[in-house]
Write a protein that binds this ligand. Structure first.
Ligand code: HEC
Length: 258
């Protein structure tokens, strides 16, 4: 192999031309805000699944496995909807739901019960089921089996394609970092991809068996740590370390040496 020890000495994060630094730092900044928003969104949707704020193992079980001990109607009547009807009415609705919400009792009885206690909201507020319609009551009265296979397939492929793009560019930028031990660099680049697969796999496993919910947490925490490390190292080297005027040499070439 020909000697290339002095080629492209500026090819590293601190010494990159400013135009590339602006490109890389701009991308990382937007991705950073995006990842925070993603975290917030998870807290607000999945985080509230069990009716309590904050993400827990129960939220994950609830989102993917469901609550097979009862219907959504039942769990809401015991949860965030519990103040909207007196105990006797709640019990009656729950009993009806457990019997499979037979339509025979809808017109002459339960339609009126829901009209009295629920439809002032559940026919007016957009985005929540409309309880003047039997079909929509029937849907929430069914046993909650968590995410459907259709929605899991959809979310899985969007997640895998979309997030691997984010990680690819982030890791590509990080590959120009200097002073990071070779093995640490390789692991930091590999981890987000590995944890992404683990994360998506864990949703399917949790749908099948709720015991796997902790895998989802490990996957999420794992790629958050790896990407935070790459993000901060890259930003630090481009914006701060670069100020000492030192030439660091070709970062990729340095990784070739053992
Ligand atoms: C003051 C307004 C209000 C009243 C009254 C009300 N709800 Fe709700 N309901 C909401 C809102 C807002 C949501 C969405 C937030 C949530 O899930 O807690 C909701 C959600 C639900 C859901 C979950 C729907 C879904 O698909 O996620 C069920 C089931 C439900 N309500 C049942 C009832 C029943 C049964 C009653 C009557 C006993 C009732 N609600 C009365 C406002 C109300």
């Amino acid at each position: 192999m020909k000697d290339t020890s002095s080629s492209l000495p500026w090819l590293n994060l601190p010494n990159l031309p400013t135009s590339l630094k602006v490109l890389f730092a701009g991308y990382l900044l937007v991705i950073g805000v995006g990842l925070c928003m993603a975290g917030l969104q998870i807290m607000l949707t999945h985080g509230m699944a069990d009716g309590k704020l904050g993400l827990s193992k129960d939220d994950i079980v609830y989102s993917y496995y469901g609550d097979r001990s009862g219907s959504k109607l039942e769990s809401k009547l015991n949860g965030s909807m519990k103040d909207h009807a007196p105990p006797a009415v709640k019990l009656e609705i729950i009993k009806w739901a457990r019997e499979g919400a037979p339509e025979a009792e809808w017109e002459n009885h339960f339609k009126g019960v829901f009209a009295q206690h629920c439809v002032m909201c559940h026919s007016n507020i957009p985005g929540i089921p409309n309880f003047t319609k039997f079909d929509e009551v029937k849907k929430v009265a069914a046993i909650n089996e968590g995410a459907s296979v259709q929605s899991l397939t959809r979310v899985s492929h969007i997640h895998l394609f979309g997030i691997s793009f984010i990680f690819f560019f982030m890791a590509f930028i990080f590959s120009f970092a200097v002073n990071v031990p070779r093995i640490l660099k390789i692991l930091a680049i590999a981890f987000p991809f590995a944890f992404l697969i683990l994360d998506v796999l864990s949703w399917w496993l949790t749908k099948w068996n709720p015991g796997f919910a902790w895998l989802t947490i490990i996957g999420g925490v794992g790629y958050s740590i790896a990407s935070t490390f790459m993000w901060f190292t890259s930003m630090y080297q481009m914006l701060i370390l670069s100020r000492n005027g030192k030439i660091y040499g070709n970062a990729w070439e340095a990784d070739l040496k053992h």
